[in-house]
Design a protein. Structure first.
Lengths: 494, 131
């Protein structure tokens, strides 16, 4: 019985087992401990898997020992081992943070259920990333989505309920579109295994059901990842969810959806089918640019910081899709690295905003006036996060923007370089809105009694802020993995 | 393509016509209705149409469950049936959660009409801080 051989299954099973345990144990401190241990084990497993893949290549794992095309297969390669590290890493940091954060935001009798939903959401996200089976993607997507709806509905404001309801409608439509696409693919190829599907699809390439499947999957997943015109659910969901939930979802949920899109485009349909025969490049480019500019502009006019950064998320998704639309190794590298860099940046910003909400009693721009005096470190952290969103050198955001610029130059698209710089200026404007409120206004009198942030909240937040700066200098992990992953998903067909 | 051929195609594609009709009808209800419960009904119809998309091609008329036996030669494909069993469970969970949210929304807003809720939210007193 070799435990290492079963790591891919344990990656999902550990948080999955933790979920019912937290319900059965009920005591909130016990439930917290169980969830925390599960998330840390998940992080350890994902790191082990990442190392294993880096050294000895793709791992395949047959669930229940049923061989691949018939049974469900878990397949870990460079791309999804990177996603696993991101998701479980953010979860391992947000969970300790959440204990003090939900104290103020969620009624105590619901705390153990919060942890249940949190680990279930983690299970779903890890499952989407690790599985090699198309229908399994849908099932895990629904596990993560259903628990995310509950987590958002836990928000204190009643508008959280309606935000969760709207997300439920949009999310279910998106997931159903995905199942329709998978169903059509299954009809045409007779397999659900993603790798097997990718091989068999060459016999039916270009037929109408396959094109319809491509359309359904693109639209369905775009709803989930909040691509610009389909982002309507996101701002309210992030604004009214409890702070810990906003931090976790903003850093992981949309990123995993992008991964699903990458997986279907490059491992199933094949790059030539998606970008060669259809004007997908142009469509993706237009939507990405529209998202970058429209969402950034809307962000500038927001009065609540959580909502401001939610619109900024929509804009940042635009950069990721822009990299994808280049259909080149360097473009895809930029996309994958921005998945990670934006994940940690937005995770950190939302965790900091949670500290602000706790200390100042709210996150509206009017309330955070003078934050630089009241909570200097927290305020400074948000500035670092903002610099990373703008792409200032020395932060993680710079690295991904730099690679995006290189990819644009490689394509000879000079005007796109201008566009990327212009949209970064818009980011500078909305970050400035925060800086102005925090540093150039006198603090309000009713925020005089700032509660000090508990160390359980400030420590994980500080780790993530340091990570933003760290990954702005040392790119061997992020760029190294992303470049490998991009080359491997595109490599087979080049 | 006239006469018997086209009617054959129509007959052969009958389940697809039903599927697409249900799909579009469900989606239309979600978009056009303002009542939150009716939206969920539409969502249910939309999701159910997908069950048909999977099951109809997998079921052969006269086919049995794939348990090998000399008496039978025609078997239905069991895999889509099992997949849809899972999808049904997911659909039920979504509907249950949606209805639970509607109950909470009704408690908080005293209405289940989308436009009235949006009206409430647009008012200044409804616009509180998330915390």
């Amino acid at each position: 019985m070799n435990l290492v051989a079963h790591l891919p299954a344990l990656q999902v099973v550990v948080p999955l087992i933790a979920a019912p345990l937290t319900v059965l144990l009920r005591r909130r401190s016990v439930a917290f401990a169980v969830a925390l241990v599960a998330s840390w084990i998940a992080l350890a497993i994902s790191m082990l898997l990442w190392l294993q893949v880096a050294h000895s290549g793709t791992i395949t794992y047959a669930i229940g020992s049923w061989p691949a095309p018939w049974g469900i297969e878990y397949r870990v390669d460079r791309l999804n081992s990177f996603m696993l590290v991101l998701v479980s890493g953010i979860a391992a940091l947000v969970l300790p943070y959440s204990r003090a954060s939900i104290e103020a935001e969620v009624p105590p009798q619901q705390h153990y259920l919060f942890y249940t939903m949190f680990v279930l959401c983690l299970t779903g996200l890890l499952g989407i990333a690790i599985t090699g089976d198309a229908f399994n993607v849908f099932v895990f997507l629904e596990i993560s989505s259903l628990s995310a709806y509950v987590l958002i509905a836990l928000g204190r404001n009643r508008r959280a309920l309606f935000a969760a309801y709207q997300y439920l409608l949009m999310g279910s439509i998106g997931a159903t579109f995905l199942v329709i696409g998978i169903g059509l693919l299954y009809l045409m190829t007779g397999t659900l295994n993603l790798a097997d599907m990718g091989q068999r699809i060459s016999n039916v390439q270009g037929t109408r059901p396959v094109l319809a499947a491509l359309a359904f999957i693109t639209v369905g997943v775009s709803l989930k990842l909040a691509l610009f015109p389909l982002h309507q659910w996101l701002p309210n969901a992030y604004t009214f969810a409890p702070s810990a939930v906003s931090a976790f979802l903003a850093a992981t949920a949309t990123k995993v959806a992008v991964y699903v899109l990458l997986r279907f485009y490059f491992s199933v349909f094949g790059e030539s089918a998606v970008f060669g025969n259809l004007p997908m490049e142009q469509m993706m480019l237009i939507l990405a640019l529209a998202g970058m500019f429209a969402a950034s502009t809307i962000a500038i006019f927001q009065t609540d910081l959580k909502r401001l950064f939610a619109y900024s998320s929509v804009a940042q998704i635009g950069y990721i899709i822009l990299g994808l639309s280049f259909d080149s190794v360097s473009g895809l590298t930029a996309s994958i690295v921005h998945l990670f860099n934006h994940g940690i940046t937005k995770g950190a910003i939302y965790m900091l905003l949670g500290c602000v909400a706790l200390g100042m009693g709210g996150t509206s721009l009017a309330r955070v006036q003078g934050l630089g005096k009241r909570m200097p470190l927290t305020s400074f952290g948000i500035v670092i996060g903002g610099l990373s969103l703008m792409g200032v050198p020395g932060t993680a955001g710079f690295i991904s923007k730099w690679y995006l610029l290189l990819a644009a130059l490689e394509k000879g698209q000079w005007w796109l370089v201008l566009m990327i710089v212009l949209s970064s200026l818009l980011a500078a404007l909305y970050v400035w809105r925060f800086v102005e409120a925090a540093y150039f206004h006198e603090p309000r009198k009713d925020t005089a009694n700032v509660t000090t942030t508990p160390w359980l909240m400030s420590l994980p937040t500080a780790i993530l802020v340091v990570a933003i700066v760290y990954f702005g200098f040392d790119t061997s992990f992020t760029i190294g993995t992303a470049a490998d992953a991009a080359a491997s998903v595109l490599g087979g067909r080049r | 393509m006239i006469g018997p051929t086209s009617s054959m195609t129509l007959g052969g594609h009958f389940t697809y016509f039903v599927t697409v009709f249900l799909m579009v009808a469900g989606l239309f209800i979600v978009i056009s209705r303002s009542n939150l419960i009716k939206k969920l009904v539409g969502l249910g119809i939309f999701q159910t149409s997908v069950y048909l998309l999977y099951i109809a091609p997998a079921k052969l008329i006269g086919g049995t469950a794939p348990i090998l036996n000399d008496a039978f030669t025609v078997y239905s494909n069991p895999l889509p049936h099992v997949l849809i069993l899972t999808a049904i469970v997911v659909g039920v969970a979504t509907l249950a959660l949606g209805l639970a949210l509607v109950v909470r929304i009704r408690e908080a807003y005293d209405t289940i009409e989308e436009d009235e809720i949006l009206e409430h939210d647009a008012k200044p007193e409804g616009d509180g801080h998330p915390l």
